[in-house]
Design a protein around this ligand. Sequence first.
Ligand SMILES: [Zn+2]
Ligand SMILES: [Zn+2]
Length: 255
Amino acid sequence: MRIRFLGSGGGRFTTAYQLRRTGGFIIEDKGLTVHVDPGPGAARALRDFGEDVRKISGLIVSHAHPDHITDAAIVIEGMTDGARKKSGFLIGSFSVINGLEDYKPIGSYHLKALERVYKAKPGDIIDEGVKIEVIKAKHTDPTTIGFVWHGSRTITYYSDTGYWEGMERFARDVVIFNLEITFELPTHTHPGVVRRVLSKSSPKLVFITHYGRSVLRYGPEKLARELEREFGVEVIATKDGYEWSGGEEKTLFDF
Ligand SMILES: [Zn+2]
Ligand SMILES: [Zn+2]
């Protein structure tokens, strides 16, 4: 299996100023290639990092904030031969499929190009050859979802979230944290959330990514080393284009 980080940025300022790329990431495992949270620049990043958009089997879009959804329609067009060949799947939060108050969904033209669309809620287990367990999140888009990928490895993606009771029980093997800010907010992932989870769980490997501006100022590498020292777990601060393949690592582009 492998994970390719098409961007290591997130949050409004990193995204608006493109301090890091904001393309989300790809999980390739057991014959599936799934693109998670294709924010702005995802299509460009796929091309730059040598990923073939036509090989993507499905999308997971955790919520309808622009740093997660903006390029979804474009990636769907790439997956479906320009929306001419119905194929693939989308797992999305309620807001991603239906829209919610101020948040726009993926348009119906693009939803119709897909073979299967799952409006996911916490507790759902979706079987696309790999079982994908949907978990909750505590974020400003209240319908945000995270997931656990039950494939060759167990990968937990919490998406943008504040701490919620019991979230550490999903941190079993590989965990991906979206580190949005350095200061405390109840609805965003700050280092305190990561520390709380790691103090009550023992995952084998942790990725931090989706850095907001304050995290970039602090230094993701520095934070990763601190977390390693505190919890004795390997913590990788991702970079744009960073690829992990079950232990072998390489970075194509180093920004
Ligand atoms: Zn975000
Ligand atoms: Zn968000």
